[in-house]
Design a protein around this ligand. Structure first.
Ligand code: ATP
Length: 431
């Protein structure tokens, strides 16, 4: 089975990701995150925020509106250029990006129409009176929400160049060929840092290198396998860009973009200065000069990264001859549940009571799963598939010795840990 199908079926069965509006037959390019998926995705975003904003002195956060004044999109160039040439099959009427197909339709072998241009911006209307509604757009990228606030951030904080503004949020695109699960969606989340630097070639290129390496390190630190990641320099640059590179993930032999690192020159601030007629320059107190800063952007997809973390963590392992287990070896920081607590037997009130007290205590600080059904082997398998790194089982010895069996997801090894040490155990494992 193709890796996208394998992950898609696990994701639906276990509640990571469901097709959007599923009971109505879905809506192409939309997805819903289930009880496990919402935790995984939130953990990823929290790790992003922690590394990008909390731990840094030179990056601040922002959360801009999804709907913006339509002039923003004129200034950014999206209304002009945010469009892909498409071809349509004359027989089955399926549409494809002209740059992605050959002479004949891959679905039915039919002939194509001439390429046509479609705008990717999702339109929406504000106001209640028909005929007087303002036509605007759901943002096609979260980037512009940062650049239009460049002056606000300068005036309300004590930032000095070089500094960044990070943001996580939804973006919308009328993608022509959504697919590959969440890989190409019409509604998706981005995590970005727009890093403003002095307009100097050499030092700005050094920042570009710096951010490429920082972003790669971040993915590696959360457990993506090194052999499945690489940098891919863009052969064709956007007209305003000075350099551009993607971090790509190897999805079973196919390299796919996960995050872009782009040197945008002063494009965004210059255009907003021109269109808004507001001064967007920065006053450099050291050199007493005014200038437009240059921008190094890191722009990652939250949904793409979540999908690739799932793919990378997915293993089918032979536990005994003829017996395999499915396990998600997610980094403990990303795992939806940090631990599961079980009473060995459901019908022994003293085991259930002790296990419940451990469960309720740990739940104050972490997402903890509870399971008392069926045999213990099945419960381990269920937690393996959910990516839960540890299972704590309360058995008869626990009543006397005040300890539990700790079973490790990856090694399947079992050890005994004192109940009073469980908090420290988890803290250490999650550090
Ligand atoms: P692609 O070439 O795959 O369409 P892009 O180059 O247009 O992507 P950017 O505009 O640079 O992408 O957006 C930055 C990041 O946002 C991408 O690296 C990706 O992770 C994410 N992203 C972009 N479009 C989508 C989408 N349709 N669905 C999910 N994630 C997306």
């Amino acid at each position: 089975m193709d890796i996208f199908e394998t992950i898609g079926s696990l994701a639906k069965r276990r509640g990571f990701i469901y097709p959007g509006s599923d009971i109505y037959g879905g809506l192409a390019g939309t997805w819903d995150y289930g009880p496990l998926g919402v935790e995984l995705k939130r953990n990823l975003k929290n790790e992003y925020w922690r590394s990008m904003v909390q731990l840094r002195d030179d990056v601040v956060g922002l959360d801009a509106a999804i709907i913006m004044n339509p002039k923003v999109w004129e200034a950014s160039g999206h209304l002009e250029s945010f469009s892909d040439p498409l071809v349509e099959c004359k027989k089955c009427h399926h549409r494809f990006r002209a740059d992605q197909v050959g002479q004949k339709c891959p679905d039915c072998g039919g002939e194509f129409t001439e390429p046509k241009t479609f705008n990717l911006m999702v339109e929406t209307y504000l106001g209640v009176i028909e005929g007087e509604k303002l036509k605007t757009y759901l943002r096609g990228e979260i980037t512009q929400g940062v650049h239009v606030n460049f002056k606000n951030v300068l005036d309300s904080t004590r930032v000095k160049l070089p500094f960044g503004v990070a943001q996580i949020g939804k973006a919308f695109r009328n993608e022509i060929t959504p697919g590959g699960l969440t890989f190409r969606s019409r509604e998706f989340e981005q995590m970005e840092n727009q890093f403003y630097v002095k307009p100097e070639l050499e030092s700005s290129m050094q920042w570009m290198e710096y951010w490429k390496n920082e972003r790669m390190k971040w993915y590696l630190s959360l457990g993506l396998r090194k052999e499945n990641l690489h940098f891919k320099d863009h052969e064709q640059l956007a007209h305003y860009a000075r350099a551009a590179c993607d971090i790509e993930y190897n999805a079973n032999g196919e390299w796919k973009e996960m995050e872009g690192i782009h040197h945008r020159g002063d494009w965004d601030v210059r255009r907003h200065q021109e269109y808004s007629k507001q001064d967007m320059t920065y006053f450099d107190e050291e050199t007493k000069e005014r200038y437009l800063p240059w921008i190094i952007e890191t722009s990652g997809g939250v949904d793409r990264a979540t999908l690739f973390f799932l793919m990378d963590a997915y293993r089918e392992e032979e536990t005994k001859p003829g017996e395999t287990r499915v396990v998600l070896k997610l980094h403990p920081k990303l795992a939806p549940f940090k631990a599961a607590v079980f009473p060995l037997l459901q019908n022994k009130p003293e085991l259930v009571a002790l296990a419940q007290s451990i469960y309720k205590d740990l739940k104050q600080d972490w997402m903890i799963a509870w399971d008392a059904r069926g045999n213990i082997g099945k419960r381990y398998r269920a937690q393996d598939e959910a990516g839960t790194p540890f299972c704590f089982t309360v058995d008869f010895d626990s009543l006397e010795k005040k300890d539990v069996t700790v079973r490790d997801r990856d090694t399947m090894e079992q050890t005994r840990v004192k109940i009073t040490d469980l908090r420290d155990f988890l803290k250490k494992k999650l550090a």
